[in-house]
Write a protein that binds this ligand. Structure first.
Ligand code: ATP
Ligand code: MG
Length: 460
């Protein structure tokens, strides 16, 4: 392939420069020039050519929406139920999935298992490994009990060779493990750089759309937990999945945060075993830690992840701090924690201003739902007072700045699941109180935070 010219584009002003410069010659911003492939003079030679010749191009015929046949998207399930669930039923022809997660969480394991399942179902597959050698992949497949696997493996990191292989072998599903290791000859920057990742992902996406091959890109995550590389990566692909979970526990969650072909916020739950990742069909109780007796600072909530309720234990520790007390939260938003502490202080008279406050969602699960608010507040109060909440207690509900407790969606379902797991007392928002009593569960409906505190004081 002929080497195409590269230019450097400023991310601030869009100005270009033939050379990389520390300072943009147009707007003067520092470190904003990013390498990309230059526009080609030959029409159709690269993806920028359309834009360049837009003014000169002949008008194209357009079609009214009603005249376009809406064909159902054909999904191919992998047979790994939990993975299919987050994908919205299975992979889609020409669909591009980006899957991110911490190192060692199980990305390669899950995808190898999925490819093997597809291959066994008669679909040709391709596993492109840039991080491990073919022998390492073979070793993993042996550990996973995938003897005799017919998955095709390509140990390669050069984009042009990978694209040629995909086009020549026409697999139904191809996995690129990982996008950060792939580099294009067209660019001089190092593999993993913003320019390389963006360019390679764009080429792979175009190939997926042109050939109908479903492509899964594995992405590294930064220390903060976001996908490494350019933010645009998430916009380019059809589906973005995140692996979550504590590498010390065996449970792993795969969450869809974007899906052009299905619902988001659906989660797949897996358990890491010696034989790889096994789906957990009934995950509601896996994030409860096992205390034989209730302990201070612990409160259980029911969160709704996708279509299934999950019971998660929130732990809080409030401890004597110094002049600048720390607020730390794992699995919950820190800003939200600061807000809840302020509401606690103002509306419930619970002051933690001079205390360190640590909050943790057990099992490495991330809770983005505001319905966790009430449980977080009760856990903090329980830790501060050193008094455990009663056995079999749970709470959920969003808390507003005025101290009001707002309802959570699908409250009945949450309560029923809790009752099924043996929970006996619940504090919930008034609007979530069921009309008919739920067997075995005493429900206290509250409208305000201070009311919730009062109820709890009466219970312990
Ligand atoms: N014999 C074993 N028994 C149980 N679990 C194992 C065994 N060997 C490996 N594992 C698990 O598999 C994980 C490695 O998974 P995998 O290589 O798929 O992760 P990854 O997300 O692809 O990591 P990376 O980002 O480094 O590529 C280990 O962290 C460990 O939890
Ligand atoms: Mg890996």
């Amino acid at each position: 392939m002929a080497k195409e010219k590269t230019i450097h584009t400023c991310t601030e002003c869009g100005g270009t420069s033939p050379r990389w410069l520390g300072k943009c010659p147009h707007c003067g911003a520092w470190n904003t020039l990013i390498e990309s492939v230059a526009e080609s003079d030959a029409p159709g030679k690269n993806r920028y050519s359309g834009a360049r010749h837009a003014g000169l191009a002949a008008a194209q015929p357009v079609t009214p929406l009603s005249a376009i046949e809406a064909t159902d998207i054909a999904r191919t399930p992998s047979g790994l139920d939990e993975l299919d669930r987050v994908l919205g039923g299975g992979i889609v022809e020409g669909g591009v999935v980006l899957i991110g997660g911490d190192p060692g969480i199980g990305k390669s394991t899950l995808l190898l298992q999925a490819l093997d399942a597809y291959q066994r179902a008669g679909l040709p597959t391709l596993y492109v490994t840039g991080e491990e050698s073919g022998a390492q992949v073979a070793l993993r497949s042996r550990r996973l009990g995938l003897e005799g696997s017919q998955v095709n493996v390509l140990a390669e990191i050069q984009l042009e060779k990978i694209l040629a292989t995909i086009e020549a072998t026409q697999p139904a599903v191809a996995v690129i493990d990982s996008i950060q290791t792939v580099y294009s000859e067209q660019l001089t920057s190092a593999p993993g750089s913003v320019a390389q990742v963006r360019e390679c992902a764009a080429h792979l996406t175009r190939t997926a759309k042109a050939t109908g091959v479903a492509i899964v890109l594995v992405g590294h995550v930064t220390k903060e937990g976001a996908l490494a590389g350019p933010r645009v990566l998430e916009h380019m692909v059809d589906t973005v999945l995140y692996f979550e979970g504590d590498t010390h526990s065996s449970f792993r969650l795969v969450r869809a945060i974007k899906n052009r072909f299905g619902a988001v916020n659906e989660i797949g739950v897996f358990a890491m075993t010696e034989k790889g990742l096994k789906g957990v069909a009934n995950p509601s109780a896996i994030f409860l830690s096992q205390h034989s007796e209730p302990v201070p600072g612990s409160c259980v909530l029911v969160t709704l992840e996708g279509t299934r309720p999950l019971l998660v234990e929130i732990q809080a520790l409030v401890d004597g701090g110094g002049p600048s007390p720390r607020r730390l939260s794992v699995g919950l938003e820190r800003d939200r924690l600061a807000m809840l502490l302020a509401v606690l202080n103002r509306h419930a008279g619970v002051a933690c201003a001079d205390q360190d406050v640590f909050v943790n969602a057990v099992g490495g699960v991330r809770i983005s739902e505001p319905a966790a608010d009430l449980a977080v507040m009760l856990a903090i109060t329980s830790s501060l007072r050193g008094k455990p909440l009663p056995k079999g207690f749970l709470a959920f509900g969003e808390v507003g700045l005025a101290g009001e407790v707002r309802p959570a969606p699908r409250g009945q379902e949450r309560l029923k699941e809790a009752a099924k797991l043996g929970f006996r007392v619940a504090v919930v928002p008034k609007a979530n109180a069921p009309k008919k009593p739920i067997e075995g569960l005493t429900i206290h409906a509250v409208e305000r935070v201070e009311e919730a505190m009062q109820v709890v004081r009466g219970l312990v």
